[in-house]
Design a binder for this molecule. Structure first.
Ligand SMILES: *[C@@H]1O[C@H](CO)[C@@H](O)[C@H](O)[C@H]1NC(C)=O
Ligand SMILES: *[C@@H]1O[C@H](CO)[C@@H](O)[C@H](O)[C@H]1NC(C)=O
Ligand SMILES: *[C@@H]1O[C@H](CO)[C@@H](O)[C@H](O)[C@H]1NC(C)=O
Length: 204
């Protein structure tokens, strides 16, 4: 597991390195510069935050558009508590998920009905499993384990993400609700100035 994580971090460092080579585009939307962010950061010192979400999700932005000036991809680490689940949702970006620990079910609409998601496929997920979510496919992740957290790394394209949430699998696509992504909101002016992530809050 440590090795998997190391490989992921190495890949990320490589990607960040490539991006720094790009010309010009270092200005962040919030007005701070990528150059103000240390080249290497210790993820153990960066806290998770539940952002007052009700469904048991904790989130850490490893590299994001709002906080780190990323242009093409974002990388997150997320944890879903036992019996927790993500909302049923879609987004117009690709998403790759690597399960770091825990067990659950990945629900994915087959997209056959043009109007509603319809009954989804149910796919078991387990440590070291990975899956990709195609652009605009409606999906959901459940932690099905009684006691263990489900933890995964996420990479998305085209940040920042626009999230459309469905009430159920029969909700028409045009009734899905555009929801604000809480972690993309800078909380204070000092955060805006420093491009900071939340301090370590709780040990998961
Ligand atoms: C996940 O993969 C890594 C690297 O191949 C391996 O060391 C680790 O034992 C695997 N973990 C599980 C739970 O299979
Ligand atoms: C990273 O942070 C953790 C938690 O604070 C600490 O225990 C560890 O020594 C740090 N690693 C390095 C290389 O600084
Ligand atoms: C599904 O959600 C729609 C609104 O999007 C609602 O009209 C419908 O009653 C819901 N169906 C069930 C079974 O809850």
């Amino acid at each position: 597991m440590a090795r998997l994580f190391c490989n992921a971090v190495l890949a990320l460092v490589f990607v960040l390195f490539c991006f720094r080579g790009g010309s010009g585009a270092l200005e962040k939307p919030g007005g701070c510069r990528q150059s103000e962010i240390p080249l290497i950061r210790n993820l153990s010192e960066q806290g998770y935050d539940s952002y007052s979400l009700s469904f048991g999700l904790s989130h850490k932005t490893v590299a994001g558009a709002v906080h780190h000036g990323m242009k093409e991809i974002e990388v997150w680490i997320q944890t879903i508590a036992p019996h927790g689940r993500s909302p049923i949702h879609r987004h117009a970006c690709e998403e790759v998920v690597i399960i770091l620990k825990g067990y659950g079910t990945f629900y994915l609409s087959d997209g056959h009905d043009p109007d509603v998601p319809g009954k989804p496929k149910e796919i078991p997920i387990y440590p070291n499993s990975t899956f990709s979510v195609p652009v605009n496919s409606v999906h959901q992740v459940w932690n099905t384990h009684e006691a263990e957290d489900l933890q995964f790394m996420v990479a998305i394209s085209r940040p920042p993400m626009e999230l459309f949430v469905y009430r159920n699998w029969s909700t028409p696509h045009n009734e899905a609700i555009l929801e604000e992504i809480k972690w993309n909101k800078l909380k204070s002016s000092s955060e805006l100035k420093q491009c900071k992530e939340p301090e370590l809050k709780d040990e998961l």
